[in-house]
Design a protein. Sequence first.
Length: 222
Amino acid sequence: MESLEQIKARVEAAVPGAKIDIVANPGPANQPSLLIDNEHAAAVAKFLRDDPTLRLDFCSNATGVDWPERTVKKTVKVKKVIEGVEKDVDETTEEKIPGYLEAVYHLYSITHKHGPVVIRMRTKDRAGGAKLPSFTPIWRSAEFQEREIFDLYGVRFDGHPDLRRILMWDEFVDHPMRKDYREPDDYEYEPTPHDDVLERARKHYAARPQLDGAENITAQPQ
């Protein structure tokens, strides 16, 4: 199979205006990916699926990633005059990176038996209603997995044929896989509560003595 650099070059030649970056993976897998701009995402995906050399006709996995706002420290060398002598000095700067959400897809070719090629898209921010284009019209196997990303991370996929929660109930108002998610401490309704769940429930009601029967909370398995 072609290298990511070769795939990137061919996609950019085939899809005018497409912006693609290669994202390194510092982890043990060392599996770099292609970051695709949202405006041209559908056209890029179709090229990856239909190109005779690539034929990435199967999406095996789609998952979400939450990147909260963070501050990154960078050390650079700058020239400074110290006691009349110019020297290279290490200087640390801080860069604040706004938060965003990602959808990451692993693509394979059943036709040519190669892969994976990993592609990803990023939202503009982490606000409610963050959007990305859906890849379900291109790879049908992405349907349930994009629903899972929507449910657990809050990414809305434009063009998805049936975007609704798949794990949490309809009335649930949060997204449990976001890194700033906080579990509720009122778990007395859980059908099989564990020790830490019961302890959180006791603390919850101890802090709210005005509730009737709060001091007698004893959640029981059913």
